[in-house]
Write a new protein. Sequence first.
Lengths: 370, 306
Amino acid sequence: MRLLEYQAKSLFSDYGIPIPKGFTSTTIEQGRKDASVLGYPFVIKAQMAVGGRGKAGAIQKCHNADEFELKYPEIMQKVVKGEKTKAILLEKMADIKKELYLSLFLNRSKRCYTIISSSDGGVEIESVKNQVIREVGLGNIETKTAEEVGKEVGLKDKALSQFVDILLKLSKVTVEKEAELAEINPLAVLKDDSLLALDGKVIIDDNAMFRHDELREFQEVSELEERAEKSGFSLVELDGNIAVVGNGAGLVMSTLDMLSDHGGKPACFLDVGGGATTDTVYEALTLISKMKKVKGILVNLYGGIVKTTTVATAFIKAYENKIIDVPVFARMSGAEADKSKEMLKGSRTKMFDTIEDAINAGVIEVNKSG
Amino acid sequence: MADLFELLVGKEGEKDYKKKPVIVQGITGKFGSFHTQQMLAYGTNVVAGVTPGKGGQKLEGISIYETMKDAVNATGAKISIVFVPAKFFLSATVEALEAGIKLLIAIPEHVPVKDALTIVDLAKKKDAIVIGPNTPGIIIPGIIKIGIMPASPFKPGRIAVLSRSGTLMYEVSHNLSLANFGQSICLGIGGDPINGTPLIEAFDRIRDGANIDGVVVVGEIGGDAEEMLAQHIIDTKFDKPVVAYIAGRAAPKEKRMGHAGAIIYGNYGSAESKVSMYAKANVPVAKRPAEIPMLLAGKLGKGRIK
């Protein structure tokens, strides 16, 4: 689960990491009240789980009430890389001398947390230069390590001691909340050499959520995602018009790749889990029917233990019950493939022997329908 | 270091050669009992099950014990396969390792990272091998199946398959079998960020198997396991053919693609990064699963001419 900036910051604040004064709202009425308490100028920041907000105009300075009336609704409507604004954070501007980068992340291959810091923060991590990288254990990091990192990014005196304090607290957040990533970027050094977390990004291990009821209030899943989760599916919504369904994450990713290679545009990634039954496939089709942009459905199932006829039954039922009205292009390996082709004769589900054939037919037909 | 093949197959002349005993943890659950039947049908020597509260009962003629200690004492098994829900994963696996299990196949999905790390650490201390979590398991076609994979895709042969994905392992093995490339072993690394046996370690455990002509590595986006393996292949001058596949080229950044481990942060975990490292190691990367047997045939052909 990726926390939004304001959520990450509230977590930081709970642990004593300094953050700018700010208010979060979802309506302009509340925003106006926040603005009057905060006082101009301030920054209007779209709350969305994606990087590159600044470049996309989803973070803007605001100097007066006239500007506010224009910018608040504009930013509320923003969509960046497919992510919509979930809320608006109004935040006091700071007197910045320098922008640092600081993060702790779970290093998978080294099986420990790793600190990354830099004196050149404020840009996305791929572009951060002069990275200081330090592998630490699984517990809280030691003061000595934090000091060494602080010195390596060129800090001294007051700024250094504040940096150490913040890094130790960030480590505590990471360990206690079972985060895979806790990032402050930029971590600003102000004119008076004090430090301030201007942005925050925290990703919590979803699988550990059963131990963290206190984080549940931050969980924002769409209705569709929630329904998918209940069925034990994983769903990622994408921008295109062909829904991609399969059993097993790797197989569905692979199908997504091949569809994109053929010029198709995936509307979603839907993994129904390792097995496939009439019920799971029917439920998957029901979920997809709620996505209006879908013009066709591509199904890739590796049968194995399951009979293909079981799945064919789901397609027939879905059309009969008018759950779906778009064409389905299905490939399913496994027992009784001929029988299921026979069952689906005359229906809008076409069965193919290979996924490549299913993709070709799907892309052509969906493009034809516009 | 514990030897994977020795644990799975044993040595000729041993009483349980090719019939190594296996304990099923969580044997009475829907999933556990179904796959116990499937494993038995394949010929796997399942000798005991463990479900707290059901000790003394039987399933498919197999005795169920209260604890792992009881089951290990009664059977002498060194292999266990775990089917318990993720919440109980840690306690079940600690119990298994404490009881003397040396090869633990961890099937559950959704295990917290912290719990996986704890088990990895304990396994190291106990000189035990953990496969998974979130793995389909291991199969040596024709000899032993410890996992949830269907039997039909696999055929005995001389190609090793390592995979981070379950169904892709079946799909790829099926394609290999059709092309007459049988498999000497197929091992699911698991789709989680933390693997009991990471890709590079799995590779080291199978690379010197006398019965291996080549290795197929089925990877996906997320982490840097493929990059590290590529470097390892270069460093150790591995000279048998290796062919790779990477799922998730079209995946957006910072979205978890079904598997907990399949997520790109920045360039960390991207398909491009993996493909370019494989290129340095002279490992061809298939664009689609169906291409793998062709690439392998190409590589093996070259090897033979030499």
